[in-house]
Design a protein around this ligand. Sequence first.
Ligand code: ATP
Ligand code: MG
Length: 758
Amino acid sequence: MTLVEVRGDLLSGLNPAQREAVAHGAGPLLVLAGAGSGKTRVLTRRVARLIEHEGVPPADILAVTFTNKAAGEMRSRIADLLGAEPSGMWVGTFHAIGARLLRIHAALVGRTPGFTIYDEDDTLAAVKRVMERLRISPKDRPPQAVVAAISDARNALVSAKEYEALAMDPFSKAAAQVYRELEGALRQNNAVTFDDLLALPVQLLEQHPPVLERYQRRFRHILVDEYQDTNRAQYRLVSLLGSGHGNVTVVGDDDQSIYGWRGADIRNILDFEHDFPGARIVRLEENYRSTPQILAVANAAIAANTSRKGKTLRTTRPAGEHVHVVAALDERDEAEFVIEEMQARRYAAAGRPLRDFAILYRTNSQSRAFEEALRRHALPYRLVGAIRFYDRREIRDVLAWLRLVANPADDEAFRRAVAAPRRGIGDTTLDAMAAHGAAHRVPLMSVATDPAFTTVLRPHTREALATFAQLVRRFGEAARESPVNELLQDLVLAIGYEEHLRAEGPGAQERLDNVRELIAGAEETVVDEGGEVGLTPLDHFLQRATLVTSADALDPAADAVTLMTLHNAKGLEFPVVFLTGMEEGLFPLSRAFDDPAALEEERRLFYVGVTRARDALFVSHARTRRRNGETMMSMRSSFLREIPAGLVKERATIKLRGSAQPWGRPSAAERRPGIPTPWTARRPGPHAPFPMPAEDESQDAPRFAQGERVRHARFGSGTIVEFGGVGKEAKVTIDFDDEAVGRKRLVVAFAGLQRGDE
Ligand code: ATP
Ligand code: MG
């Protein structure tokens, strides 16, 4: 933003339609417009103008953004525009805002303000334990599927009771039972799930009219970005809080709705006029982000969708370079091409910094080829969202300790902390403790020091438990005063975590560095907005650690290439974008083949990808690709077929041209509609024309991420808890669903694992 804009009127630098939206006074407002048309800009300006021009106190405004980072950006942009911090304004993601409401009114939903937020792993663990208690076999009812069913219900605001009434088949009946029990277990652990952060506030507002009235009076203006991706619970929150006064502004793009698989409902935006009668509708038709060439490709891509409202998006920028469609030999060749192209642009006359480049892909596992190539060329990169920092084992261990310190009722944290490092408390003891805890409705932490229980233990175990409990209590007291970083430092020392990691051998240093990074990061924990709920710095720190979303990890100042999935790229923009892996079965994913709605969602995702680019766009696909340790032939994505030939320039890498493979537009045979595809075509036989170097085999054991679901031919399904090593050395530790199998450590190259979702 230029200085002139900062000092100038809040309506300057806007087109007439944008101005209309920014200057709109009271009443509902819908800004429905395509990518890069300035929706987010309008939202930010509008907040600033409400404060400056309409005299609305910042504390009366609730602004919902898609990531915490976007929230931070909005705050600072508003501060820039106004020359002061907008104090008291609530701005954040739906989840963060939900958490805040719950902290204030925790007692009304059976929690205390210090409750723990369970992430996906914690929730899965809790569900598994409930299933154990109910004697539901994980073999018959995969816990992951049960979690998904409950999560869907939660997001659709279907209560356990309603779910039970609707459950007809055996699976749903089992899930209903777990759903009901889980609620009690969470309450007892003083914990909530991610989904609860939306569903419980709705419940709170619906069941307590005075609370609802208080917030309806308080938030006189509500503004929501990316409204097309709201689910039922989020929608309900907005309408509960906003339908009284109707001062609700939502902005979005039905063509960018990409979270249908997570319960987002595109109708929420399409029905806005109906839900908020008299709504003013503003359409923005100018795209300020991309060159005409990029925009033409975007418009052509989305035109293939039949269920859409249809919008015009005009370019405002002068002509730029062509959009390139690049054919590569395999995924490594694709990565090499991307790097060459980047290097050429970095060292060109008007060189570009690395932060100008983004590499986008459909699935997390595709990052690997790029990471390797970037490392080989010593180019710094930022990987957004694969294994999040907070998902690493060492970080989870340390956080479990902190969580238990903050909330001694958190049984999941207890189980993790008591084993990190191991202190001679085995599974049998833990099971007995859990049974005792369930019977007396008390947390494990109380069982640990309950003489009625501990007298039956062997002295060694009893002592171990006592020492453990004492440690937790000691830090609980320290937490009230000490800054989080000091607390962490002392804790890591007191539990002997460094020695514990070192004893494991290689890899310890990296893990220790991560722990240090966590401690350093804790130093910056600012207790903003905490006063009203009386949270400790530790509570704040933990909440932030759980609620950071993948896209938050972006630091725009660092000069590095960005790697991320298309889903994480929503709302962002980059001067140069590489949209990679455009192959049938990968993008669109094969599971969309026989589901027209899913295919349209994939196409919207393609549209999102294309429209992230400002100046240059490369769309690439590879002839063969290794997936799950196997090389497969692939065919260019049908999405590319939908782009008229004149809009793009076709290119092939030198390696592909050298391989005498056809690389241009697809042959008639390839183009035949309805032929299935690519991932079904197996690695070519010995006479095949694609010689793969022998070293390929050894280097390329598939890579898995912690938490990923996999299938083993003999042991069945399981969840990866640990992954390490490369190539032949790569090993995984898997918790198999079948209790008889339990936890196993396997060599990836020989395990023949199938990914869970395939
Ligand atoms: P998306 O749908 O991808 O979220 P959006 O509609 O929110 O996009 P913005 O991110 O607000 O679009 O704007 C896209 C780009 O265009 C930004 O760089 C923004 O600063 C710029 N822009 C928006 N409006 C104008 C304008 N009137 N004049 C100049 N630049 C503008
Ligand atoms: Mg936006």
